[in-house]
Design a protein around this ligand. Structure first.
Ligand code: GLA
Length: 378
């Protein structure tokens, strides 16, 4: 990739004032728990979004993405910022969110973006775009926010202006990731701790199914969880441990809401158990919890699809694989696989051959380097 500062110079005929990077993420376990007051365990990955920016003194925002170069420079007037229904809505929404948090920018900005995350693959390109925007503007205008606040502002932008009611996991992982570690986050309190991923290889397989219909189904899942919560008379589903849930579950009137709640409550327990297993070096236990997570997402939460099921189920049969599951919101996207490093080659060959035979495309495989969260690159 050409350096993002060179791209900026080409587009805007000047050198940028700052350059930043925000990573995507892969979630190891704890899926659809982050808006239910539960735990998640993602790590930031080496792929993400780069941004170079320069100040403007005319209150205009001029945005260019190398990934959407056909659309050219998209210009907004910050005095009257209206969304356009394109990629540039994300950075604009972050500016609107900064303003809602009391941080009005003293001027405008020119910004160039380049991402190397596969689009629509569930590796959080949206969150990376939000976080890289927040962090770049912070650096450009000395906005007094921490990386954690940048994550919160990114989530607010997505909830309020983009209209996806996501939890905090993706933005948090992108902003707060740590090299060689995953982060256990309690989404209720935002307390977090890092745990090294150790000697296992983390391998992502991209089903190639774009999760484009995901946002409406995602919001629907959230509503079902809220309905279960109100039947159970608890603030969040994950405020109940499985034993308490079993005693009260008859209070949930609707069968579908009951299944959603089952997933959230048990997935929260699995996430915590998995991190304990990792700390003890018990990778086989960590892996079997990943497998259970997939089954629960498939059968109770119903956010998997045929392709993801195939990838997970085939992975379970491979030698040296501790565990495999769909990762992220679902309805397409990727699986995450934890395995012995020397199993990666034969795993990749087998899964690609089998998937091509069944679905007609060779899935991309990415070997993840758990990475640091967002920050300046130069
Ligand atoms: C999406 C959301 C996250 C989280 C996951 C599911 O990635 O953005 O907040 O809810 O789905 O775990």
């Amino acid at each position: 990739m050409e350096k993002i500062s060179f791209s900026f110079e080409k587009i805007f005929n000047k050198t940028p004032d700052v350059c930043c990077f925000a990573p995507g993420r892969v979630n190891l376990i704890g899926e659809h728990t982050d808006y239910n007051g539960g735990h998640v365990f993602p790590c930031a990955i080496h792929m993400g979004i780069y941004c170079a920016a320069g100040k403007r003194n005319d209150n205009k925002l001029c945005l260019y993405s190398e990934n959407f170069s056909d659309e050219g420079i998209i210009e907004f007037d910050l005095a009257d910022p209206n969304l356009r229904g394109c990629w540039a809505d994300y950075p604009l929404s972050v500016i609107k969110a900064l303003s809602a948090f009391g941080y009005d920018l003293p001027g405008g900005a020119d910004m160039v973006f380049h991402g190397d995350l596969p689009d629509g693959a569930g590796l959080s390109s949206s969150a990376a775009l939000e976080v890289v925007t927040a962090v770049t503007l912070r650096e450009l205008y000395s906005v007094p926010i921490t990386n954690q606040e940048a994550a919160i502002i990114g989530q607010f932008a997505e909830n309020r202006f983009i209209g996806v009611n996501c939890g905090i996991m993706d933005q948090f992982a992108s902003a707060m990731g740590k090299k060689d570690s995953a982060v256990l986050l309690d989404s209720d309190t935002l307390a977090f701790e890092y745990a090294p991923v150790g000697n296992a290889a983390v391998v992502i397989v991209n089903s190639g199914v774009k999760h484009s219909l995901a946002s409406s189904a995602y919001n629907q899942r959230r509503r079902e969880c809220e309905s279960a919560c109100s039947d159970l008379r608890v603030p969040t589903l994950c405020s109940l441990v499985p034993e308490e849930f079993e005693e009260r579950k008859h209070m949930i009137g609707d069968e579908i809401c009951l299944r959603r709640a089952m997933h959230a409550v048990y997935e929260n327990r699995r996430a915590k158990d998995a991190v304990d297993a990792l700390k003890k070096g018990d990778l086989p236990l960590f892996g079997s919890l990943m497998n259970e997570s997939h089954i629960s997402l498939r059968d109770y939460y119903e956010v998997s699809c045929e392709e993801l099921d195939y990838l997970a189920e085939e992975a379970w049969k491979q030698p040296g694989v501790y565990g495999a599951r769909m990762t992220g919101g679902g309805f397409g996207g990727c699986t995450v696989n934890l395995m012995q490093p020397d199993a990666v080659m034969s795993f990749t060959r087998t899964i690609q051959t089998g998937y091509e035979k069944r679905f007609g495309i060779i899935p991309e495989v990415y070997i993840v380097r758990a990475s640091d969260g967002a920050g300046r690159t130069e």
